[in-house]
Unconditional design. Structure first.
Ligand code: PEP
Ligand code: MG
Length: 320
């Protein structure tokens, strides 16, 4: 089996009935990017910046960030580079950045909330992205983490507009859908953004009210549970209707059992661990959207994650 998907190279893959699915990579460093490119990624669906902020005494300068982004764009050629704005807070503290003392950091100043409170940190990133875009003419997308309100998107768009001169038009803006309020407001949110990327790691944590790092409640954390799949389905349906691209960049997209379900739910792009790219591409090529759609329907009507996994296993036994 392994041999079968080893042969898959750079090609963009489609299901047997012709539905194109981009398979991009989650990267956090240049090493990750190298593996992703070697494995034939269709771009980067999630570039986590956190690594470039920790283990140092001051934040990276605008120039450092710009040259980092430029290097990444060049390695990717024309393929998209989705840069997620710094996602600190929660369990990711950076010693030289100021965080308030909080009883529930995962419900506190995290992601976009931190950035809007510290515009200087946000602006350095945005300026660096604009600079790299100008220099390379590359395909860069900006993605905002932990959005929970429309107003945060409005504010971010204002900042983007203020900082960009003439070259803003080719930079797409998207948000991570990882807070449940986004699911319920998605119809309005899709009017404000170019793409949506579902962060199933946090979305699962917040849907089940289970700290993703707390082993005492890990039995309640299940990203294949119908509660999570129904949230994905709602986002995907409303995004499709509005003509907005919808991606999944949480760990769920790297889980082979979940791939046909996500395809069946209408997801356009799966952003996965660099080493999983050939396997995910091979699965996409081996199934039809039609049968994936049927499986997704069954999954949505299941009682729990175990039942979903059982149905997905049966699907693989029958199809592959
Ligand atoms: C997520 O929440 O699913 C996600 C991709 O972001 P992170 O794991 O970095 O919080
Ligand atoms: Mg997240």
């Amino acid at each position: 089996l392994k041999e079968k998907f080893k042969g898959i190279g750079d090609e963009v893959v489609s299901t047997k009935d012709g539905r194109k699915i981009l398979v991009t990579a989650n990267v956090g460093s240049e090493d990750d990017l190298n593996v992703a490119v070697k494995n034939g990624c269709d771009g980067v669906g999630l570039f986590r910046l956190e690594f470039y902020y920790i283990n140092r005494a001051t934040p990276p300068s605008m120039e450092e960030l710009a040259s980092l982004f430029t290097k990444f764009v060049k390695k990717l050629g024309n393929k998209p580079l989705t840069i997620r704005l710094l996602d600190v807070g929660g369990d990711k503290e950076v010693p030289y950045l100021q965080f308030p003392k909080e009883d529930n950091p995962f419900l506190g100043v995290r992601g976009i909330r931190y950035l809007l409170k510290h515009p200087e940190i946000l602006e350095e990133q945005v300026k660096a992205i604009l600079m790299a875009s100008k220099e390379t003419g590359g395909n860069i997308r900006i993605m905002a983490p932990m959005i929970s309100r429309l107003e945060e998107i409005t504010k971010l768009k204002e900042i983007l507009k203020e900082l960009s001169e003439d070259n803003s038009a080719n930079i797409k803006l998207g948000i991570m859908a990882e807070v449940p309020s986004v699911v319920f407001m998605i119809e309005k949110i899709v009017k404000e953004v170019d793409f949506i990327s579902i962060g199933t790691n946090d979305l699962t944590q917040y849907i089940f009210a289970t700290d993703r790092t707390n082993e005492n409640v890990s039995y309640l954390y299940d990203d294949m549970h119908p509660a999570v799949l129904r949230a994905i389905s709602e986002i995907s349906n409303k995004a499709q209707k509005a003509g907005v691209e919808v991606d999944v960049c949480g760990e769920l997209a790297s889980n082979p059992l979940a791939v046909p379900i996500l395809v069946g739910l209408g997801i356009n792009e799966l952003s996965v661990s660099p080493t999983r790219i050939p396997l995910v591409k091979w699965i996409v090529k081996s199934i039809s959207y039609e049968e994936a759609f049927q499986l997704a329907k069954e999954a949505l009507n299941s009682d729990n994650g175990e039942e979903v996994r059982e149905k997905a296993r049966a699907f693989f036994r029958k199809k592959l």
